[in-house]
Design a binder for this molecule. Structure first.
Ligand code: FDA
Length: 313
């Protein structure tokens, strides 16, 4: 309930102003975000790689409203890929890229024109990623962005078969999407879903979402694709391991994924068992939407944050 209320309230300019100017916001942002620049992102990637972790990088920003800004986001990714490649951090997919379709123009223009603009920008990022020896994954956003994102994915899969996508288990459509996307070589990241969706399209009770995740997980692990299991939930991580054994999957045929700053000791523990463990690392100045989703996920984070609003330093 609290989670849904915070997500709903996050569109308010007053709440945005309050959160972005609160005295201790910076410390909380720093615990979830690598920094503001591509050099910060490369530095964090280097450190994670040194401790045996794979990385996916997200340049923060969403719901871009003009074409020039959408192109600038794609430029940022191209430059970032160049910097990562120069340090040998992209080879074999060590560090890959996560792109939000609305950040590269999906809703800048109405309908197919927005989709075309986002596609052009995503193609530029995919081409740079291929040159650097790595891959791109399309993030999943609000439910209004899912259908066009899947259209972009299917239009690009012929040229970029390793272009990955994200499925949000909380959406009622997702089990069917998993069946459709579980084909050979298909890279699919499964997460619970961080957006506020109506009951008509999504499960809203935690138990229902967890059960939906387990069903989607089963489809992906029994399929022929490359599942990327994005969760910090200990029970779902354990189920993933059991399903991998039952399906006879080798350790390099799927991966675990977690967010930067969340359960870092568990990230290292998993990596030390010999499985592939990838950390989602966001960077950039436009961290508001990302931070609100992280606060909403965890009541204790929110309580800490609310206390900091009342403090003077
Ligand atoms: P759940 O929220 O039940 O948390 C399980 C446990 O994890 C908690 O008990 C706590 O220990 C820990 N935890 C979770 N969140 C925490 C937090 N914020 N702070 C501290 N501890 C926390 N969503 C989306 O809609 N579209 C997307 O494209 C993506 N992409 C994505 C990539 C990757 C790699 C990950 C890991 C996640 C996403 N997500 C996402 C976010 C996802 O949908 C979901 O909101 C979060 O992962 C939290 O859900 P859990 O599965 O961790 O379960």
């Amino acid at each position: 309930m609290l989670r849904r209320a915070l997500l709903a309230a996050s569109a308010s300019p007053r709440l945005r102003q309050l959160i972005t100017t609160a005295p201790r916001t910076r410390a909380i942002v720093d615990s979830y975000v690598a920094g503001e620049t591509a050099d910060d992102a490369v530095r964090v990637t280097r450190a994670l790689h040194a401790s045996g972790l794979l990385v996916t990088l997200d340049y923060l920003g969403e719901d871009t409203t003009d074409a020039a800004q959408a192109a600038a986001v794609a430029d940022e990714y191209v430059q970032l890929l160049g910097k990562l490649a120069a340090e040998g951090l992209t080879h074999g997919g060590t560090a890959e890229i996560s792109v939000k379709p609305t950040a590269v123009g999906l809703f800048v223009r109405a309908g197919l024109a927005g989709q075309d603009l986002a596609t052009q920008n995503i193609v530029r990022v995919c081409a740079a990623a291929r040159e650097a020896g790595t891959t791109v994954t399309l993030d999943a956003e609000g439910s209004d962005a899912i259908e066009p994102t899947h259209r972009i994915l299917s239009s690009l899969r012929a040229d970029y078969p390793d272009l990955g996508c994200v499925i949000q288990a909380s959406l009622r459509r997702s089990e069917a999407d998993c069946r459709e996307l579980a084909g050979y070589g298909s890279r699919v990241r499964l997460c619970k879903g961080a957006y506020n969706e109506p009951e008509s399209v999504a499960y809203v009770a935690k138990r229902e979402i967890d059960l939906a995740y387990a069903r989607c997980l089963k489809v992906l692990m029994n399929g022929a694709g490359y599942p990327m299991l994005a969760t910090h939930d200990p029970r779902l991580i354990e189920i993933t391991g059991s399903l991998a054994t039952l399906a006879g999957r080798s350790a390099d045929s799927f991966e675990y994924q977690m967010l930067y700053g969340i359960r870092p000791a568990e990230q290292r523990r998993l990596a030390n068992t010999g499985v592939r463990m990838r950390v989602y690392v966001p960077y950039g100045a436009d961290w508001y939407g990302y931070l609100v989703r992280r606060l909403a996920e965890r009541p204790s984070n929110l309580a800490l944050f609310l206390r900091s609003l009342g403090s003077k330093s």
